[in-house]
Design a protein around this ligand. Structure first.
Ligand code: 5CA
Ligand code: ZN
Length: 419
């Protein structure tokens, strides 16, 4: 599927250090050294039933910083992202608003592309719609059935056969994966999140309450596709596993998303992946904190959204939006206040005035500044520290040249001088 245009990323002299990144599965920061200089990133994409809000933006900006650091470290980066363009919440919203679900998904995916472009996010190398891989998902589920990792659950309200579920107990007894290997959550926490985040612990006929859905057989009035399993559509976790396997080497270097995806989504995607390949799913799991607004997690289902597209339509500078988000560490949960943008606009104006006054003639301390910026960001993507370094350079009257301006653009994604 089409993604969006790549922003200009200036080449900096030399290479930066490989970043450390906090790994959810081991509970500590780690440097992953990719084999042969190739890094593979999978980040869960949007469910396109409403526009990109600042929570989404914050998550994709965090992984954009990782991509920028990997590129600066000289790695060959492959980046895959999905869009969940068929799923229960999308279908429910389409029905509630009287819009065709395909149109809703297409229009909101378009808006997402333009938001990402405004924010200067480097596009994924492969941007994949779930509706384009349904037969591949069905084939993967068929393999899981054959190898004893999937089983049918009686589905009387479908004329198209039974739904299929993943057997977490079978996977845990014959692979390296087990419940908790990604999330490290205890049993009550898993149970709670499973029920809150799309799972169905009480469905009769399942072998274990936390077995997740792999395949939903066709229901009257719901979209379905003809496949080897009969007509139906994918469960949620397997879609990401299949797309990641299609576009990235196994194990993926980093599997990422917001912290609301740790369980069950990433735990189960990893379980499916390990059951399919016999190998660990990812080297490392990275999760971003949740952005709140008006005291609660910003979420499409609650409706407490600040949308990137609306801010841009009001004439706010997308670079200031990026800077306002980058002032928070990606792993912390934080709340957006409307004043945040005014503060970031002030900072952007100061930085821009400085950048336009910087000339080759005053170049001097650039190399040291670039090294400091690289070092700050390579410490678990510490964008607040990096912003502090730019502030100090701008305010300190230290000699600086075009290289410092390039470094801000290459590593922080903020273009200070129009080229
Ligand atoms: N399509 C699935 C993933 S396969 C999905 O979770 N879509 S989403 O539209 O709900 O979220 C897209 C991404 O934004 C996910 O990585 C999610 O973790 C992240 N996200 C959602 N809400 C917030 C928030 N308030 N703060 C930070 N990140 C968020
Ligand atoms: Zn996903």
């Amino acid at each position: 599927m089409r993604s969006w245009s790549r922003p200009a990323v200036p080449d900096l002299p030399g290479t930066g250090p490989l970043p450390t990144l906090f790994d959810t599965a081991s509970g500590r920061p780690r440097v992953t050294i990719p084999v042969d200089g190739r890094a593979g990133l999978y980040v869960c994409g949007i469910t396109p039933y409403d526009a990109t809000h600042l929570g989404h933006a914050s998550t994709y900006l965090a992984f954009d910083t990782l991509v920028r650091l990997w590129l600066d470290a000289g790695l060959d980066v492959s980046y895959a992202q999905n869009t969940t363009d068929v799923d229960d919440p999308l279908l429910e919203r389409a029905t509630a608003t009287g819009v065709d679900w395909r149109e809703l998904a297409a229009s909101q995916t378009d808006l997402f592309r333009s938001d990402m472009q405004h924010l200067a996010v480097i596009p994924p190398t492969d941007y994949v719609a779930v509706t384009d891989v349904v037969t591949d998902v069905a084939d993967a589920v068929a393999r899981l059935v054959e190898s004893g990792f999937a089983y049918p659950v009686d589905t009387p309200n479908s004329a198209a056969g039974d739904d299929l579920y993943f057997d977490v107990t079978a996977a845990a007894s014959s692979t390296t994966w087990h419940l908790g290997s990604t999330s490290r959550y205890d049993a009550p926490t898993m149970r709670r999140f499973f029920a809150e985040r799309g799972g169905d612990p009480d469905r009769p006929g399942k072998r274990a309450p936390l077995d997740p859905l792999l395949w939903r057989s066709a229901r009257a009035g719901e979209p379905s596709w003809p496949t080897t399993l009969g007509p139906g559509r994918p469960g949620w976790h397997i879609e990401c596993t299949v797309i990641a396997h299609q576009h990235l080497a196994t194990p993926i270097t980093v599997n990422g998303g917001g912290s609301d995806l740790i369980f069950p989504h990433h735990e189960m995607s990893a379980g499916h992946g390990t059951a399919l390949t016999g190998q660990p799913y990812a080297e490392q799991y990275a999760h971003t904190g949740m952005v709140a607004y008006q005291g609660e997690k910003m979420s499409k289902s609650l409706g407490n959204l600040v949308k990137v597209s609306e801010l841009v339509a009001e004439g706010r500078d997308p670079r200031a939006i990026r800077l306002a988000i980058a002032a928070h560490h990606y792993r912390s949960d934080w709340e957006w206040f409307d004043d945040d943008l005014r503060g970031a606009e002030g900072r952007l104006a100061t930085w821009s005035t400085w950048a336009s006054s910087v000339s080759a003639a005053t170049a001097g301390a650039d190399a040291g500044f670039v090294a400091e910026l690289r070092l700050a960001l390579s410490d678990d993507l510490d964008t607040p520290a990096a912003i502090g370094l730019v502030d100090a350079l701008v305010e300190g009257g230290r000699p600086a040249g075009p290289l410092a301006v390039d470094a801000v653009q290459a590593l922080l994604g903020i273009e200070l001088i129009a080229r």
